[in-house]
Design a protein around this ligand. Sequence first.
Ligand code: DGT
Ligand code: CA
Ligand code: CA
Ligand code: ZN
Length: 583
Amino acid sequence: MSRNDEVARRLEEFADLLEAQGVEYKPNAYRRAAENVREYPEPIEALAKAGEDAVAEIDRVGDAIAAKIVEYVQTGGIEELDELREELPVDMGALTSVSGVGPKTVGTLYEELSITTLEELEAAAEAGEIREVKGFGAKTEENILDNIPFARKSQQRSRLGNARPVADDLLATLRESSAVETAETAGSIRRWRETVGDVDVLVASADGPAVLEAFAEWDAVDAVIESGTSKGSVRADGMRVDLRVVDPDEFGSALQYFTGSKDHNVHLRNLAIDRGLKMNEYGVFDVSDVDDPDAGQRVGERIAGETEAEMYDALDLPLVPPELREDRGEIEAAQSGDLPELVEPDDLRGDLHTHTDWSDGRDDIETMVAAAAERGYDYYAVTDHAAGPGVFGNAGLSDGEIREQADAVASVAEDVDLELFHGIEANIDSDGVVTTDDDVLAELDLVIASPHSALDQTGETATQRLCRAIEHPHVDVIGHPTGRIINSRPGLDVDVSRVVEAAADHGVALEVNANPARLDLADEPIRRCVETGVPIVVNTDAHSPGEFDYLRYGVHTARRGWAEAADVLNTWEGSAIRSFLES
Ligand code: DGT
Ligand code: CA
Ligand code: CA
Ligand code: ZN
């Protein structure tokens, strides 16, 4: 985790604690400052060394916040924050992970009932104490009880979007050590699962102790959980990180084994046994002439293990990409030569869902488009929010503003070297009505319709809602179709087969929103699209250029859904996109 990220988190904690105490405005000032510190391209330490005035140069960072940032960088703490923590000794993260419970509620429940943990919240709700608090009622209490199991589960697994940068940072650190021959992620993070239980990292080296020393010195370490000569575990950024060191000759077999999933490995191991082979983290061994194959781990003649490809090859299989290793038919597909040729990040030619400061984005059209051109995209769509249900304040564009923006986009288009589409992210109301005027939609290159309100619908209501939006003649894409937020809210509980069928019937693409808090659609519904021939579109929904980097999360999620390049709309050429949008 970068230092900027670390500082941003402290500011966000500050915001939550102030909000819990009923302070107005200030919390949002802290949150906006946090966002800009996080995105600031230079390390915050450098600015802090130059003093408060230098720090206050960051957009939205005023003098008071700048002073706190300098204090943090210099001393490793912020006195005022420590005081707030003492006044309000609550597990804010756990409590606010309950849908419907924000910092303000946490503050009230602490004042009235001394609730500090998820367990205490649950007990109070079960005892009927929450309904007695002013401003709360039986319904709120019931909602809290309903949402606690989901919150509890979410506390145990981290979002890929939080874990992946931590893993990348560790890999970079390890690769600097001369003792490290190869370093790779393993486990669920290498399979790009949307949440991970821990971060697994594997190193090939002849010098385990030296690698573990480098691990212990990694600057993200908050606490050492275990430490040995060939493996260790630490806590970093709230996550457990496991590191294993293996002999370079056994790196392939260890990588294969520790990448999992467990079900995939069990299936493979059974195939091996059928062939008189033994497969484990040390290699593949021919045990057909061995009396007791279980006598040890390294028995018989070793036929594979240095590379992962060798491991699969020993079973006459092509290498199965990590994203597919869930025992969902990938081994059968590998056996029959039907593994998909998965989409690659470089196959993506453009982003078709992005925001500007016309709605709730941070930057203007020119800045966003220039950054997209810089990335080498062939095309790019500006799709700000239309006003409508679930879009708050004045973030959404009126019909008139959409028309005005069309001119602004057209004038930017003249000066750039990529094809620019002007679209809108319209809203699907609770009945499935797209609330922007049809005549306005008809004038646009691209219409994304997204659900932003009533995201707790289930069953027929939820399914019909999306199907109705799909049937709308001007809708091209359904944005983040379920509206879920990973670890925070489950989103619309729809019948995926029916939604995908409706999309097939009406030539509508379904989005894979690459924001790692969303990853919506998820892997299994994506596979449904792929099987049915409904194009998916991997979009970042970026609200600033930094968020273009979310793309990889979307692409790897699409890979987990068995998508090939041709299945992904925004790998197509610009002309093919035009035809799709116009049809
Ligand atoms: P997670 O951490 O819950 O997100 O999921 P994983 O898949 O990363 O699981 P983890 O960290 O417990 O173990 C990493 C890999 O090690 C796992 O994917 C497969 C392998 N592994 C661990 N325990 C077993 C086991 O008992 N049998 C087999 N075949 N493989 C195992
Ligand atoms: Ca793991
Ligand atoms: Ca692990
Ligand atoms: Zn959006």
